[in-house]
Design a protein around this ligand. Structure first.
Ligand code: GDP
Ligand code: MG
Ligand code: ZN
Length: 309
């Protein structure tokens, strides 16, 4: 039967099947990328091959669509995407929560994470929370111009929650944002109960070691899940190829490919007749976004050089 993994604690998987029934499953050894169901002997051969790095095998993670048989996961269906830290598959959307005050908006972090989300091919929504403390209209306009859906919210009074809910239907959504911006408040408000405390499951396994859940998916409605994670790690973001960062800034795209120099990075002084820099000067691209692009580019470049030189 086909099912979705909604939680993973060490080698135990909580899985919901198509009839909405919950199973606690284990996985049958390593699973070959998507394809056939293997018998015990084939499993062993696969394990040997994968130990020698000859073949890629998969460990099931939250978000995976799987085939289960007698509460054993016997197959992982093809993933649309995979995020390494935290481990989660098949995410379709990210809600970026920014608080307008306490804490102040961290737009460099936001732009970094937006770029990563574009890179992963995910939909992005920006929530401007704590709009009781500060006016968010300028930020709303800025990011709407870029091309993002922006919602203003006061989560502690449930204001803006229903507007958000309609964008979640049919998605596996990850909430991302710095500590204190209001992620838990929003998620609890969506579910109408305190759900995020349950997410901090910490269990001792047989050897007495602490194991924490990597990710839990909460079902809001049928086929609609919210992932309880703190968002993406900088490790993942650092894997964006800095040379292609310009393409992850949505509003840059119409201007790319028109610079004088082939391979123009749109950064350096000596790159004359840069179409991106021209668009910034003419006010078609926001200076703030451009400046963050430069910072992120340099950071990624530096990390790349550290890794490979
Ligand atoms: N003033 C104000 N405070 C809020 C709002 N939303 C959440 N908070 C408060 O902000 C603090 C941090 O919220 P929390 O949901 O724990 O943030 P998280 O760390 O992102 O999960 C809590 O004290 C919330 O009550 C809001 O819209 N306005
Ligand atoms: Mg929280
Ligand atoms: Zn350029």
């Amino acid at each position: 039967m086909k099912a979705t993994i909604i939680q993973n604690i060490s080698n135990q998987y909580k899985v919901v099947d198509e009839l909405d029934k919950i199973h606690i499953c284990t996985a049958r050894g390593r699973l070959k990328n998507t394809t056939q169901i293997l018998n015990k002997r084939e499993q062993r051969a696969l394990r040997v091959a994968s130990n020698f790095g000859k073949i890629n095998t998969l460990t099931p993670v939250a978000g995976d669509k799987v085939e289960i048989e007698n509460d054993t996961i016997i197959k992982i269906y093809e993933r649309t995407n995979y995020i390494k830290r935290p481990k989660i598959a098949n995410v379709t959307q990210v809600v970026f929560v920014v608080s307008l005050k306490n804490p102040e908006p961290d737009l460099l972090m936001l732009d970094k994470q937006l770029a990563f989300s574009e890179n992963m091919g995910l939909k992005s929504i920006i929530v401007l929370n704590k709009c009781d403390l500060e006016d968010g209209s300028e930020l709303k306009e800025l990011y709407e111009k870029v091309g993002y859906k922006v919602l203003e919210m006061q989560a502690n009074k449930n204001i803006g929650i229903d507007a958000l809910k309609q964008y979640l239907i049919g998605n596996i959504t990850v909430f991302s944002g710095n500590s204190g911006v209001g992620k838990s408040t929003i998620i609890n408000s969506l579910f109408g109960k305190n759900i995020t405390d349950e997410g901090v499951v910490s269990e001792k396994n047989k050897r007495g070691k602490n194991t924490t859940t990597a990710v839990t998916l909460y079902e809001l409605e049928k086929d609609t899940y919210i992932a309880d994670t703190p968002g993406f790690s900088t490790f993942d973001i650092n894997e964006i190829d800095y040379k292609n960062l310009d393409k992850e800034f949505k509003e840059f795209i119409p201007y790319i490919g028109e610079c004088k120099y082939v391979g123009c990075s749109h950064i350096y002084e000596d790159e004359k007749e840069c179409n991106i820099k021209r668009a910034v000067t003419e006010g078609k691209i926001s200076k703030l976004r451009y400046d963050n692009f430069v910072k992120i580019y340099k950071e990624l470049e530096e990390n790349y050089k550290k890794r490979y030189n």
